[in-house]
Design a protein around this ligand. Structure first.
Ligand code: GDP
Length: 367
């Protein structure tokens, strides 16, 4: 077959040497650092105090990080924010899944914002570690609030023990307060240990309950009721009103049997509807009255001082434990001792003493 392009008249098919084209990208660009400049602790503090939400978010991420170098910066930022913190109402909100926490926080939050406040919603969700995702504090669960510029919503920190997660939330409170949020909600699922952690960082503890089948008091841990400064029965709407009112009466009776609270405040029981936004102001009046009361009696400051002490001791406990259990030699010795204890070759007490002696000896030799 004839190939016309092989004919010498088709000169155009020849490949000519190219010309060097002008660069389309600024050649000096590569000399610029590619990564954003890392913020210094002073930058963080400055941004937070000015109410810069993006910097606040980044600082919270640092607080939540487990990397040592992030923690070093985070701790410095927290300490420098402390003088700006403390001026807020910290409110813990708990209730079993389905009680209506997110619906209620959405409307309580709007109520607070309409009164001219700025609100941070944080969460402690011990399950978030297991499920690889927090079920609390999720922005999509609080549709109205998430569109408010005066609301800062942050899901639960997910890594670490409950103590670790709670400590991070407590530190985040400090940052939020320094950023000008004067109302803090800390949400948790009312099913276990996390309430104690929340209770140890808030001024007011609100328990959301549902009217059920007549035996409402069953399944509620006595300890949680004892911690509550207010119990509110949600979903008091439609044909549920009577049942909700009955449940409220039952809770009131039950509370009579409890010892007086340390603040001497008598916990109140109210009904409301988060979904239909009924009696939200009544719930809020109760919380206002509580704050007036504890500020007048001095219990507000006393409780905050006790909480500060509690968290110092908690932090020491946690650091000691983590330092101890992270040493490979200690872990190896523990394993040996465990075997001996299980085989009845050594008592638990002397085995523990041996491991501790080894640990302390090791600390001494390090100096
Ligand atoms: P959470 O798991 O405690 O956060 O509960 P949600 O806020 O997600 O509410 C659970 C369900 O109860 C949802 O289907 C809500 O629409 C519904 N719910 C919440 N509050 C009310 C209320 O006041 N009245 C009624 N009838 N339903 C409600």
């Amino acid at each position: 077959m004839e190939h016309p392009e092989n004919d010498s008249q088709y000169k155009g098919l020849q490949v000519n040497g190219g010309v060097i084209s002008q660069p389309t990208v600024n050649p000096y660009l590569k000399f610029r650092p590619l990564r954003r400049r890392e913020l210094t602790p002073a930058d963080y503090v400055d941004g937070i105090v000015k109410g810069n939400v993006s910097i606040l978010g980044q600082a919270v991420t640092l607080v939540e990080s487990i990397a040592d170098r992030h923690q070093a910066v985070a701790q410095e930022v927290i300490e420098k924010c402390l003088p700006y913190a403390g001026e807020s109402r910290r409110i813990g909100i708990t209730g079993v899944p389905g009680a209506g926490k997110s619906t209620s926080i959405d409307v309580f939050g709007l109520h607070v914002i309409r009164q001219g406040h700025r609100l941070a919603v944080l969460a402690i969700d011990p399950s978030s570690e297991r499920t690889q995702g927090s079920i609390l504090g999720d922005k999509t669960r609080m549709e109205k609030l998430s569109q408010e510029k005066d609301a800062f919503i942050r899901p639960s920190p997910s890594a670490g023990s409950l103590g670790g997660v709670a400590r991070k939330t407590r530190e985040t409170i400090v940052l939020c307060e320094a950023a000008g949020y004067d109302t803090i909600f800390v949400e948790t699922v009312g099913v276990g240990q996390s309430e104690t952690a929340v209770h140890s960082m808030v001024d007011f503890f609100l328990l959301i309950q549902l009217a059920g089948t007549g035996d409402e008091l069953q399944g509620i841990k006595r300890g949680i009721m004892e911690m509550a400064d207010g119990i509110v029965i949600n979903k008091c709407d439609g044909d549920n009103v009577e049942r909700a009112k009955l449940a409220a009466a039952q809770f009131r009776n039950a509370l009579h049997l409890f010892p007086p609270t340390p603040s001497k405040w008598v916990p109140e029981v109210l009904t409301y509807s988060g979904y239909f936004e009924l009696d939200i102001d009544k719930v809020w009046d109760m919380i206002d009255r509580y704050f007036d009361y504890v500020k007048k009696t001095g219990y507000f400051d006393l409780k905050r001082q006790q909480q500060a002490k509690y968290w110092m001791v908690e932090t020491i406990d946690e650091q000691l434990r983590s330092n101890f259990y992270h040493l490979p030699e200690v872990r190896a010795l523990l394993e040996q001792k465990e075997m001996r204890v299980l085989n009845n070759e050594q008592s638990s007490f002397t085995a523990a003493k041996d491991v501790l002696d080894f640990y302390f000896e090791r600390l001494r030799n390090r100096d």
